[in-house]
Design a protein around this ligand. Structure first.
Ligand SMILES: [Zn+2]
Length: 296
């Protein structure tokens, strides 16, 4: 890896100069995107902030190395990269042109603040699962991980996003959950409380890559939106789709429920770019708060 960067330095000093300039620019730039005049990329759309994803335009068919992942831009040069809950303000990535030129690029992302959410009264076996339950959870995790490795080349996400159910926001992305007094991993999704049996709609176009009844998330459906981006909806009482189905945004894929670990009927909507957990609410509106009324 070191050798490669060194080669880049000697072969394309101009690129390095641009990179150094961008890095120094990023120190003076306010929150947002660093776009030097000769920036090797520009932002098409998205949210340059923790938990957000951006659609970038680079050279057509260029490779982008980011977070130990390599993605390839399409014929328009479009590619997606995304930012985790606790990512640092400056994110560096590498753009490799079809001729092999390597450019180091920096994107500036906004920091967010997360709250603490306490949930009490959960059945003990769901908070501290027994060995048998833990084995089942592990099988579920492996299935989900496999589905998150898929890299569909169809830009389903381009048709936009909408809420998967009509209801009230009951949980937001990033909050630190304390279950029965024990700190757990942050909440990686947004919860919409709705009555059991309420229509559950696809939040965006895509292909169904996973349909499972899981220990913690109950009836779970994963919809792949292409370019590494996908949604997962959980706790459904009824599922109307199967693996391999293609769905359109707003199409009913099931019904809201409270299967798995849930204290009331709601849909947990998670989003990820490969294994990076994102805030689905950002694809629709920023600053979503508990109590907000939402509608597809
Ligand atoms: Zn949730």
């Amino acid at each position: 890896m070191k050798k490669r960067i060194l080669n880049t330095f000697f072969l394309v000093p101009k690129m390095m100069k641009a990179w150094v300039m961008m890095v120094s620019l990023s120190f003076v730039a306010t929150v947002g995107l660093v776009q030097a005049k000769d920036s090797p990329f520009h932002m098409i759309k998205g949210n340059a902030e923790q938990g957000g994803f951006v659609v970038l335009a680079v050279e057509p068919y260029a490779k982008v190395d980011y977070k130990k992942k390599q993605v390839i831009a399409d014929s328009d040069g479009h590619v997606i990269i995304a930012f985790g809950r606790d990512d640092k303000p400056e994110q560096h990535f590498k753009i490799i042109s079809i001729t092999g030129e390597v450019t180091l690029a920096t994107i500036q992302i906004a920091k967010r603040h997360y709250n603490v959410q306490e949930i009490n009264g959960l059945p003990k076996n769901k908070v501290s699962p027994d060995t048998k339950t833990r084995d089942k959870i592990w099988i579920d995790i492996k299935k989900a991980r496999k589905a998150r490795k898929i890299n569909l080349a169809t830009p389903y996400f381009e048709n936009g996003f909408s809420w998967p159910a009509k209801g009230i926001i009951s949980g937001v992305y990033g909050s630190q959950r304390v279950l029965n007094g024990k700190p757990r991993r942050p909440h990686f999704g947004v919860d919409v409380a709705a009555p059991k049996g309420a229509p559950l709609l696809a939040p965006a176009d895509g292909e169904i890559t996973l349909v499972e009844n899981m220990e913690l998330s109950g009836h779970t459906v994963m919809i792949d939106h292409g370019y590494g981006l996908r949604s997962t909806v959980m706790h459904l009482s009824k599922v109307n789709v199967k693996k391999g189905d293609k769905v359109k945004r707003g199409e009913q894929i099931g019904e809201v429920g409270m299967t798995g670990r849930a204290t009331g009927p709601h849909v947990h909507w998670g989003m990820s770019w490969f294994n990076v957990r994102l805030d689905p609410a950002l694809s629709i509106q920023q600053n979503t708060k508990p109590g907000d009324k939402v509608s597809p």
